[in-house]
Design a protein around this ligand. Structure first.
Ligand code: BTN
Length: 495
């Protein structure tokens, strides 16, 4: 008969060896399989998980596990018989044995061992591994009847561990970091069956959100399927969903702790942005170039950037000027663009411009009342594409702007070398915002509304700005009474 043995006794002390010694003394023919004694001290949950993962690969026998922070206290000592294969599990009643028993149909019979006739007397208060569990395991391995080991107790009364449970929330798989191994691979509370409804599939990209920060991972078969340093989602050898970094640590990279919540969703097509890319030293208008590429059939996500434009286009038929190399000038082709694209883009740009950035309807991004970015969306709705043009004054020196702009324009005040990194951050932010739902976009936009409650005028009217409606139209309380919703055009602040 085999006796397997798992514990948190560690390698240094004699505890594990003493337990094996007691077993072999009482049952010389027992074959003891040591499953390891490296469970972190008193970590019942990790012990339970390791035991449950190991037992299906061991022959049926007696399975002793000791992670026992409550030793000598009121906690009960247990012997369990499983419904399938009649495996006999021995250990403390603190949840350690239950997950393993469930792999074999659950608990068919349970006995309480604290007063077992097989104990080694005198029973110490602190080493029940030696004095209670080892002799019971040995006698069971020798073939003594299970029912003689102690007093019967009802399986429903056994202590169970409380574990977080993964759930699906509006297309997002909300999972938790259950455990990690020594490589920093993080095991989630998602089994193979739970993956089915999540939309996460082998070979696709996955958005992994932790504490609001979003990272991209590949759903791969194994570590080597992705580049060194790349994050991957995979099914581990037990078919649990897990996260790893090839040749690195997902635990460290994502800053996860025990039970940390992670939100996983398939990467939406909206988030594959920025490729192919055409960068031009000089052009007439990046929007014009992107428009031509769209008509020629370029794919979603195509990006055109330029250091300088000779005929940059602004809203309302205006021009857009920026000194060469000092601004981010970009146009992104989006196929099947979302309805609130102009607002979502403004939110992404404003986020990049900082906490104090505000949005003047519909999508001028301002810092300290000065416009640091303009957004021009052009497209063919009937052909279901749009070009998102953004001009962002990353490093613009205001004195180099045409005179008429110097009063109103602003700049992030960075250096020309920052233009490219800013582009990278903006694409990531856009990817995030373009895949959010309309309510989230509107909330974020409203939180930065520069006009809210202010007196505004436009073409033929005047009134007080009152936010945007669900279609992104500007709501205005009219001076003469009543309300209106503006869906295009230009609005000015009354001075
Ligand atoms: C506005 O008037 O506020 C919108 C300005 C949009 C300017 C950008 S710069 C890059 C892209 N190419 C263009 O020709 N216009 C947009």
């Amino acid at each position: 008969m085999i006796v397997s043995f798992l514990s948190d006794y560690g390698p240094g002390d004699e505890y594990a060896g003493v337990v094996v010694g007691v077993i072999v003394s009482l049952c010389p023919h027992a074959r003891v399989i040591e499953l390891g004694h490296g469970v972190p001290p008193q970590d019942v949950r990790t012990g339970a998980r390791r035991l449950a993962r190991a037992l299906p690969f061991l022959p049926a026998g007696v399975h002793l596990a000791v992670v026992d922070p409550g030793v000598g206290g009121p906690r009960r000592a247990l012997g369990l018989r499983t419904a399938e294969q009649d495996r006999l599990l021995v250990g403390p009643d603190n949840g350690l044995l239950i997950a393993a028993a469930e792999r074999f149909g659950g608990v068919a019979e349970a006995v309480e061992l604290s007063r077992s006739p097989w104990r080694l007397e005198p029973v110490s208060a602190t080493f029940h591994g030696r004095d209670v569990f080892a002799p019971v395991a040995a006698r069971l391995a020798a073939g003594d009847p299970f029912a003689d080991a102690g007093e019967p107790i009802a399986p429903e009364e056994l202590v169970r561990l409380e574990l977080p449970t993964a759930r699906l929330d509006d297309g997002t798989l909300v999972a938790h970091a259950l455990a990690n191994d020594r490589y920093g691979n993080v095991i989630l509370d998602v089994g193979h069956e739970q993956l089915a409804g999540s939309g996460l599939k082998l070979g696709t990209s996955v958005e992994v959100e932790v504490g609001g920060a979003i990272q991209r991972a590949r759903f791969a078969r194994t570590f080597a399927d992705v580049e060194p340093g790349e994050l991957l989602v995979y099914e581990d050898a037990q078919r649990n969903l897990a996260l790893a970094v090839n040749r690195g640590s997902a635990l460290g990279e994502l800053g996860l702790g025990r039970d940390s919540e992670l939100r996983l969703r398939p990467q939406s097509p909206m988030s594959a942005l920025g490729g192919p890319r055409l960068h031009l030293r000089a052009t007439d208008s990046t929007n014009e170039r992107a428009r031509a590429l769209a008509v020629a059939g370029a794919p979603h996500g195509t990006l055109v950037t330029a250091a300088e434009q000779s005929a940059g286009r602004g809203r309302q038929g205006r021009r857009w000027s920026a000194p060469a190399g000092q601004a981010l000038l970009m146009s992104l082709l989006l196929r099947d663009p979302p309805r609130l694209l102009p607002l979502a883009a403004a939110v992404a740009v404003a986020e990049l411009a900082g906490e104090d950035a505000r949005i003047k309807w519909p999508n001028d991004v301002q810092v300290d009342g000065r416009k640091v970015a303009g957004i021009l969306v052009e497209g063919r709705p009937q052909e279901r594409w749009a070009v998102l043009g953004i001009g962002l004054n990353v490093a613009v020196r205001l004195e180099e702007l045409p005179e008429e702009l110097r009063e109103t324009a602003g700049t992030l005040g960075l250096t020309p070398r920052d233009v490219e990194p800013v582009l990278g951050r903006l694409l990531a932010g856009l990817a995030g915002w373009l895949s959010r739902d309309e309510a989230a976009i509107l909330d974020a936009w409203r939180a930065r509304d520069a006009l809210l409650g202010r007196e505004v005028r436009w073409g033929e009217g005047r009134g007080r700005a009152d936010g945007v409606d669900r279609d992104g139209r500007l709501l205005v309380e009219l001076d003469g009474g009543g309300r209106t919703a503006l869906d295009g055009g230009e609005v000015h602040l009354q001075r």
